[in-house]
Design a protein around this ligand. Structure first.
Ligand code: KIV
Length: 281
């Protein structure tokens, strides 16, 4: 098993220009597979709302949902695990933000938390780091504020908007976050921020950076309706699973399943069983 990475490793990897690999997982088996494959970090994202709970966005996801899925992932992996703070778990006050961040560490054995936003959540980042909890900032396309952004749209594509992302990135670092995730911003902006900040800067749909994140459902091909531009599919699980279910249904309907190899055989003689059945006739 690969040695678990720590914050010090992540800083060292940035210094040595070594890539960090990062993927989301929401359940025990996926966490196990990702760890066995050699992943560096696992995010239990609030994207679980869309990937596994069937919501249209991430905002309905609750602390209870996140904690329960983080616990399942922790049971499957000893890798560095990032708990994602759901909508309204950190926006209200520093106190409730620290309390909720603490739940990820105490109840689900996460290694750190991630939250969305820059200048406006800087006091929360400071309060959570002051409580001894490592924080990852998240800027660019921030799904929890997609309403304000006008939808799930790329950010920082013009100078005015890029300036806002830069100001937010500086605020995130200054508030004490140990790393930053940029989502759906142009690679030029990512490169500038990666070089400007001393903390690791990771990317999801933001071009090359100190490491890459992908949503497991995207890379495994679990969705048929929509694939974002920045996704590279490494499998077609939707097709594999649907074909498997079809084959099973067909086998049951045509009597090809179950076969002799799928049943438990009696351990007493057929005559003894015949006598038993006779008794109950
Ligand atoms: O919830 C999540 O998976 C995320 C990614 C989209 C970055 O926050």
């Amino acid at each position: 098993m690969k040695k678990k990475k720590t914050i010090l490793d992540f800083y060292e990897m940035k210094k040595n220009k070594e890539q960090v690999t990062w993927v989301t997982a929401y359940d025990f088996p996926t966490a196990t597979f990702a760890e066995t494959a050699g992943i560096d970090m696992i995010l239990v994202g609030d994207s679980l709302g869309m990937v596994v709970l069937g919501y249209e966005g991430t905002n309905p996801v609750t602390m209870a949902d996140c904690i329960s899925h983080c616990q399942a992932v922790r049971r499957g992996a000893h890798t560095w695990i990032v708990g994602d703070m759901p909508f309204m778990s950190y926006q209200v006050s520093n106190e409730s933000a620290v309390e909720n961040a603490g739940r990820f560490i105490k109840e689900a054995a996460c290694d750190c938390i991630k939250l969305e936003g820059g200048i406006r959540v800087a006091p929360r980042i400071r309060a959570i780091t002051d409580a001894g909890i490592p924080v990852i900032g998240h800027l660019g396309l921030t799904p929890q504020s997609s309403g304000q952004l006008g939808g799930f749209k790329a950010q920082g594509r013009d100078v005015k908007n890029a300036r806002l992302v830069i100001e937010d990135a500086l605020a995130v670092e200054q508030a004490g976050a140990y790393s930053l995730l940029l989502e759906a911003v142009p690679p030029e902006l990512t490169k500038f921020i990666q070089e400007k900040l001393s903390i690791p800067v990771y990317s999801i749909g933001a071009g090359p950076a100190d490491g890459q994140l992908m949503i497991c459902g995207d890379l495994l091909g679990m969705f048929q309706a929509f694939t974002p531009k920045f996704v590279k599919k490494y499998a077609d699980l939707a097709r594999i699973e649907t074909d498997a279910f079809k084959a099973y249904i067909d086998d049951v309907l045509t009597g090809r399943f179950p076969e002799d190899q799928h049943v438990y055989h009696i351990t007493d003689s057929p005559e003894a069983f015949a006598a038993l059945f006779e008794e109950y006739k």
